[in-house]
Design a protein around this ligand. Structure first.
Ligand code: SF4
Length: 506
């Protein structure tokens, strides 16, 4: 019988979530470095370079690699011969206390993204609790913990279906991945769960992502079962789709594919996909009664020294004198370095702004000739003007694009990944533009922000409208004033170049 102290589990969970907020798993970074070396698409290579530079900066600075520091997911295997010493909390409560301490740590505060009452008030719980906990009781006298901080952009691109027994899993997945676009911040991993019941398939997909990347080893030794055959086939075919880093078109969409399966009912084949983004953050440890887990910081030698000049080939833009006449000359794919003032705003702020417009009321900010950056930054610590502040998913703001462009005189938006048809149409109609920063490069983006102040909707916390002073903020024109979109042209071009998936050219 092993005795585990409540305090040891709490401390280990807290330390682990802090650790993964700034250290990518070494195997993930090494796979990303290989993808960088092999990438032939200039746009995708630039994006991967930013992800790698950002990752090293986070590891050095002990600050989050992404502004979305995730929802806490914890898998526990609790030995049947474990005894809890003087426990006053349930295991869920212990895990939540660890999450609370990690996310409110004053030396490296993480963003509280979790909201209670999801279809009602959607109010922040303020400390990112509760965690999503999966528990199993197993033989033994240890507590095994696997945990991850899952970003909302990738989680929201999860897919699920109950296929017929004769349906082809690969065909279904290859149909789904293009619909996920760049919103899940590839390159990353796909977790696939097959079988069981609907909820079991989803949990299998999530659990599969807790494993290390080993696609190279698997290919070298060959598959031993159907799940491993599928991993290799999916790895090859998903990459042949040419989605590439950030959905810009390129060779590396996935660095690995994981598959877990489970017996299922004769009449069905449940299949789930859960992606892991560029901010892949997971860790595992074991408690054996000897105290809290200890996590060894990885050597920075594991991070490649990426020699890239992000300003090479980029146009410098003065936001203080910018007009629609100039933005109309930009072409999809142009890289820019922005200097001057921009406003921030995302879902809740857009809702309030458009509600005010609909009511004929004045807006709290003058958006004429300005950009709105879709971001919810991490709180700053001493010495920072803002915490990590990377872009959030642009598509969530699609329905606001028409009223925002038609009524405010704003020049356009900055976010991550593609826009839907509704937003592209509004951009084309009003001669606006949409720019993208690299999702998952939040600490790097924050270094380009030299001033930050809340200017409206303070009560919205991380969703308040801020004004940022930026200097050489790296962005790419994703949708130009004519409605040309890099997320359409890029993957089409690279799918054709890779040449393994039939491409219908427009
Ligand atoms: S890398 Fe992208 S999907 Fe992942 S947490 Fe960051 S913004 Fe979200």
């Amino acid at each position: 019988m092993t005795t585990i102290r409540q305090q040891d589990l709490i401390q280990s969970i807290a330390d682990a979530f802090q650790f993964i907020s700034y250290y990518h798993p070494v195997d993930f970074i090494q796979a990303m470095a290989k993808a960088y070396e092999a990438e032939a698409s200039p746009a995708a290579k630039n994006a991967i370079a930013q992800i790698l530079i950002n990752s090293r900066m986070s590891a050095e600075g002990h600050r989050p690699m992404c502004q979305d520091t995730g929802i806490a997911v914890v898998f526990l295997k609790i030995g049947m011969n474990v005894r809890w010493d003087d426990a006053t909390m349930s295991v869920q409560e212990m895990v939540d206390e660890g999450v609370r301490r990690a996310y409110t740590d004053k030396t490296n505060p993480l963003r509280a993204s979790v909201l209670a009452d999801p279809d009602g008030a959607r109010k922040s719980t303020r400390d990112n609790t509760p965690a999503v906990v999966h528990m199993e009781v197993v033989p033994g006298d240890r507590v095994e913990v696997k945990l991850a901080a899952k970003g909302g952009g990738s989680e929201s691109k999860s897919r699920f279906a109950v296929l017929n027994p004769s349906d082809d899993v690969v065909e279904w997945i290859l149909g789904q991945v293009p619909t996920m676009g760049g919103d899940w911040c590839p390159p990353g991993m796909l977790g696939v769960g097959i079988g069981g019941t609907p909820e079991k398939a989803m949990v299998l997909a999530k659990e599969s992502l807790m494993a290390h990347l080993d696609m190279g080893e698997l290919k070298a030794r060959g598959p031993k079962n159907r799940a491993e055959e599928l991993r290799i086939e999916l790895f090859e075919k998903v990459n042949a789709l040419g989605m590439g880093a950030q959905g810009l078109g390129g060779l590396a969409t996935v660095l690995d594919v994981k598959v877990l399966d489970y017996p299922t009912h004769a009449v069905m084949k449940p299949v789930a996909i859960v992606p892991n983004c560029a901010a892949t953050r997971h860790l595992e440890f074991e408690l054996d009664g000897s105290g809290p887990a200890r996590f060894e910081p990885p050597s920075l030698d594991n991070w490649p020294k990426v020699a890239i000049d992000l300003s090479a080939g980029a146009k410098r833009v003065d936001l203080e004198t910018l007009t629609k006449v100039e933005t109309a000359t930009w072409k999809a794919g142009d890289r820019l370095l922005l200097s001057g003032r921009i406003f921030t705003g995302r879902d809740a702020a857009h809702k309030r702004l458009t509600d005010l417009m609909a009511a004929g009321k004045a807006l709290p900010v003058d958006l004429a000739n300005r950009f709105i950056y879709y971001v919810g930054p991490v709180d700053p610590i001493a010495g920072e003007v803002v915490g990590p502040a990377g872009p959030t998913t642009s598509r969530r703001m699609d329905k606001f694009m028409e009223p925002m462009l038609s009524s405010t005189g704003m020049l356009g938006s900055i976010g991550k990944s593609e826009r839907g048809a509704e937003a592209v149409q509004a951009i084309k109609h009003h001669k606006g533009v949409h720019l993208i920063a690299v999702g998952g490069a939040a600490y790097l983006v924050a270094k380009a922000i030299h001033g930050a102040r809340v200017v409206a909707f303070d009560d919205l916390g991380m969703e308040a409208i801020r004004e940022f002073d930026v200097k050489d903020m790296p962005v790419t024109v994703a949708v130009d004033a004519s409605g040309n979109a890099v997320h359409e042209s890029g993957p089409r071009e690279w799918r054709a170049k890779i040449g393994r998936i039939p491409v219908k050219m427009a």
